[in-house]
Design a binder for this molecule. Structure first.
Ligand SMILES: NC(=O)c1ccc[n+]([C@@H]2O[C@H](COP(=O)([O-])OP(=O)(O)OC[C@H]3O[C@@H](n4cnc5c(N)ncnc54)[C@H](O)[C@@H]3O)[C@@H](O)[C@H]2O)c1
Length: 320
């Protein structure tokens, strides 16, 4: 059976590809290696996978209908993990048209192709950002998501809604997974902990909203996310929306203190007010994931950050 991963050279996609290859699956990855962050980093993410006989890389844009048609016709995927996106709430403010084209337009192209094939499970990567600013904790899938704080969050909400429509009209089995701040080796350079550690190592200051006070993120380790996505692919649910988080929000002041103690470097913080694009807390209710997917996140923040730091020392530190 062939698994199609869009955004397969990215942080989460490359780990998912490795895990599926390890399990013996046929993996086709689509990625356009855009410059949202250094494309060489994405090349390094897949350096091992690309040598694998069961791995195929297609360098293409999901917004290119002709290219996508060809991929589907050639590889006839049974499982799709749609992870390709312009990610990041704050940069989306400057490029709402691009975010809409990729995250909404690209998603519709894939959904519209999927209906012509025998897809057993289509997993769409959404985000905790759809919950916006809410005082109701933890975030539960039935909570309102009608007030996204950024174009990015709005495009992901649009993707969720379109996914439902395509399921309704064509019975495509679709699972929407809402990721909560994913971290670990190969983590995106625009996200913590990469951003913070990089600045600490260079002796530079970095922005921390509210100085980390009253600011919590439900950091979820990459291996737990990959386990959750594979469970979603395997379970072949008709249609569901499921949180994949850690259900243990970390106070950002503690997060920075942990980074200092793990790396031995000092953090120089520029405290600025929380921007309107961001919520002060993310906190996943993972009961539904446990019930439907058997998902139980297993990585504590201390261990996950240690794995991240080990990777950073090997892969990034020599180039700093
Ligand atoms: N990392 C997180 O904490 C997090 C949280 C919530 C949701 N998500 C979602 O998970 C998915 C994966 O995120 P990630 O952190 O691995 O990001 P990433 O940027 O590392 O990976 C996304 C990949 O998609 C590719 N891509 C982007 N636009 C494309 C296009 N038009 N055509 C083909 N490829 C394209 C990029 O080159 C990149 O390699 C995204 O949909 C993101 O919105 C991530």
């Amino acid at each position: 059976m062939t698994y199609l991963i869009t955004g397969g050279a990215g942080f989460i996609g490359s780990h998912l590809a490795d895990a599926l290859l390890k399990r013996g699956e046929q993996v086709v990855c689509i990625d356009n290696f855009n410059t949202y962050y250094d494309p060489q980093r994405k090349r390094r993410n897949i350096a091992q996978a690309i040598e694998h006989p069961r791995y195929t890389l297609i360098e293409a844009d999901i917004h290119d209908v002709t290219a996508m048609k060809q991929v589907f016709a050639t590889y006839r995927p049974r499982y799709i993990a749609h992870l390709a996106a312009m990610a990041g709430p704050r940069p989306s403010i400057a490029q709402p048209v691009l975010y809409e084209a990729v995250n909404v337009g690209g998603t519709v192209i894939l959904l519209d192709l999927a209906r012509h094939y025998e897809i057993r499970s289509f997993v769409f990567a959404s985000t905790s950002s759809v919950y916006g600013r809410t005082t109701k904790l933890p975030f539960t899938e039935t909570d309102p998501t009608d007030h996204p704080l950024s174009p990015y969050a709005a495009t992901k909400k649009a993707g969720e809604v379109l996914a439902y429509t395509f399921h309704h009209l064509y019975a495509i089995p679709i699972t929407v997974v809402r990721f909560f701040t994913v971290y670990g080796p190969r983590g995106r350079p625009d996200m913590t902990p990469f951003l913070f550690v990089d600045k600490m190592v260079r002796g530079e200051s970095f922005i921390l909203f509210n100085g980390g006070e009253n600011l919590y993120r439900d950091y979820t380790y990459i291996d737990d996310i990959v386990t959750g996505v594979i469970a979603a692919l395997d379970t072949e649910l008709p249609f569901d929306i499921i949180n994949l988080g850690n259900a243990e929000p970390v106070l950002m002041q503690r997060f920075v203190a942990l980074l200092e103690s793990i790396t031995g470097y000092t953090a120089h913080i520029d405290a600025v007010p929380l921007p309107p694009t961001d919520a002060s807390i993310t906190f996943a209710n993972t009961s539904k994931a446990r019930q439907l997917l058997g998902y139980v996140p297993a990585t504590h923040i201390e261990d996950g950050l240690m794995h991240f730091w080990q990777w950073y020392q090997q892969e990034v530190l020599p180039t700093v």
